[in-house]
Write a protein that binds this ligand. Structure first.
Ligand code: FAD
Ligand code: MLT
Ligand code: ZN
Length: 480
């Protein structure tokens, strides 16, 4: 096993042979990576917490090449790990053993953009930020945004059903993705790349692949509905004295800002300490136990500013908010957003990170952080809470100087049991990947997991696509 923290047995896939490498080199000259050093970055995840030992990275440029790769691997019984920008946070993007890495890095072409409908069709390896820049030039935006935008691929976003910072306004990818092209495990291509808002002909197969984390097929192209670029964007960064006030501020701002509210994010004082200490960012408001970032996006700057100011006056006058600052220009907006977006990065400088991504009834969101802090006491370095409060999504993160088995045992399964008691989800947006697949039963009934396993067996009978990920398999157990 490559990862000592998990007891996983290698499944009986074929071993890579010289003849296989020769085949791929003929198929894609110059786009086959071998050699330990060159392959190394593809073997390690963003958090540097999971490491595989693949010897081969393939960089196809077309759907036909992906088809040929998978057809060959299927016949040879070689396991394959689809990889986008490798920013996933649950160990799904890197091999566990020697799976061949199929990288979408060179599948980065925009196929079409229709300015009337706002529908973008592109290859799966387009980097999210590049797509955003392309669209902004034409007066549109991507319906999703996340801190990893500079590296993550749209195919990876769809494969994880990434949520991010705009979900509150534009909804999940399950609504905005209109069509997908997918190559199945046996190499056959499934062309469901339609660009229709409405299509009720039979089952909506694309939904199976959205959030399937590379276990059911390789997404090769995406058709996605993009909103108009808002004419006016404002960001308010506010300090609150308690979590109850964070919640009341949310209720008030939803009522007063209505349709122009586009994000409601929160972070606790520990998060602020971390971005200040490790990234040298400075807080724009007085020290507070909690901070809230509110974004408005609308079509009339005078109207939007007036609405926001009315809300802020009310929030300050009633003591919901004790300090705050507002940004209307792009540069200051970016500075305020970076305080929230860069928490993930700051955490990695604090030590080993135990990362949890939980959906909860919003009123109980912070209780989990408080309970965890009390439970772990001094055995953790920091226990912090932040996230997409408007979506009921808490990011609970725990840091320690280094990885410790006993600390993990104090956190899990406690965190999952706590979540299940509140009928929450143990993965709001990051997926299950390698690290969390054995905990799926805390959020899904046995019958649902069984049906998922049946879908997997039907679409990938040899189990070559991203093995050891997403779904539990009985012979493997997490080491305790
Ligand atoms: P990868 O990490 O390469 O892969 C992720 C999974 O998708 C793997 O299981 C992989 O096998 C599969 N996959 C990738 N491409 C394909 C494909 N073409 N076909 C089939 N399967 C594929 N996530 C959120 O939801 N919201 C956030 O706000 C957010 N913020 C983040 C901020 C930072 C700083 C970081 C590092 C991560 C963040 N993430 C967030 C997690 C991560 O960025 C997302 O999960 C992202 O969608 C992954 O895209 P990727 O291209 O990097 O995929
Ligand atoms: C975020 O919202 O910042 C991301 O999901 C990443 C994280 O959870 O750290
Ligand atoms: Zn998030």
């Amino acid at each position: 096993p490559t990862c000592e923290r998990y007891a996983v047995r290698r499944l009986p896939f074929a071993q890579l042979a010289d003849g296989d490498v020769a085949f791929f080199k003929r198929l894609m000259p110059g786009r086959v990576i071998t050699g330990e050093e060159e392959v190394k970055p593809f073997n390690v995840d963003w958090l540097k917490s999971v490491r595989g030992c693949s010897q081969l990275v393939l960089k196809p440029q077309t759907t036909a090449e992906v088809s040929q790769i998978l057809r060959y691997c299927y016949e040879r019984n070689l396991a394959v790990n689809p990889q986008g920008g490798n920013t996933g946070l649950v160990g799904g993007s890197v091999p566990v053993f020697d799976e061949i890495i199929l990288s979408t890095a060179l599948m980065n072409q925009i196929i079409s953009f229709d300015k009337v409908s706002g529908i973008l069709v592109c290859q799966a390896g387009c980097v999210l930020e590049r797509l955003s820049e392309y669209l902004e030039e034409q007066g549109f935006i991507m319906p999703l945004d996340l801190g990893a935008k500079g590296s993550c691929h749209i195919g990876g976003n769809v494969a994880t059903n990434a949520g991010g910072l705009r979900l509150l306004r534009y909804g999940s990818l399950r609504g905005t993705v209109l069509g997908l092209e997918v190559v199945l495990a046996d190499g056959s291509a499934l062309d469901c790349l339609t660009s229709l808002r409405k299509d009720n002909t039979g089952y909506d197969l694309k939904q199976l692949f959205i959030g399937s984390e590379g276990t059911l097929g390789v997404i090769t192209a995406v058709s996605i509905l993009c909103p108009q670029k808002p004419k006016a964007v404002n960001v308010a960064f506010l300090g609150c004295q308690s979590f109850a006030k964070v919640l009341e501020t949310f209720t008030t701002c939803r009522a007063m800002l209505g349709e122009i509210l586009s994000a409601y994010e929160f972070m606790d004082e520990k998060c602020m300490e971390l971005v200040e200490t490790h990234l040298k960012l400075s807080s724009p408001v007085a020290d507070s136990p909690f901070y809230v970032l509110i974004e408005t996006s609308g079509s009339n700057s005078t109207h939007d500013e007036e609405k926001l100011n009315n809300f802020l006056e009310r929030a300050m006058a009633s003591g919901l908010v004790t300090d705050g600052t507002v940004a209307t220009d792009t540069k200051k907006i970016k500075v305020l957003w970076s305080l929230r977006e860069r928490i993930t990065e700051a955490l990695t400088h604090d030590g080993y990170v135990y990362k949890y991504d939980i959906s909860l009834p919003v009123g109980k969101l912070y209780d989990l952080v408080t309970d965890m802090r009390a439970r772990l006491g001094r055995s953790a370095k920091n226990v912090v809470g932040y996230g997409h409060l408007g979506d009921g999504n808490l990011h609970l993160n725990i840091t320690a100087e280094s990885y410790s088995h006993s600390l993990l045992d104090a956190i899990e399964p406690f965190v999952y049991e706590w979540t299940a008691r509140c009928s929450g989800s143990i993965s709001a947006e990051h997926g299950l990947g390698f690290k969390k697949r054995h905990f799926i039963q805390y959020s899904k009934p046995h019958e649902a997991v069984l049906l998922m396993q049946q879908f997997k067996a039907m679409l990938d009978p040899k189990g070559i696509l991203n093995p050891y990920k997403t779904l539990p398999s009985s012979p493997e157990r997490r080491m305790c």
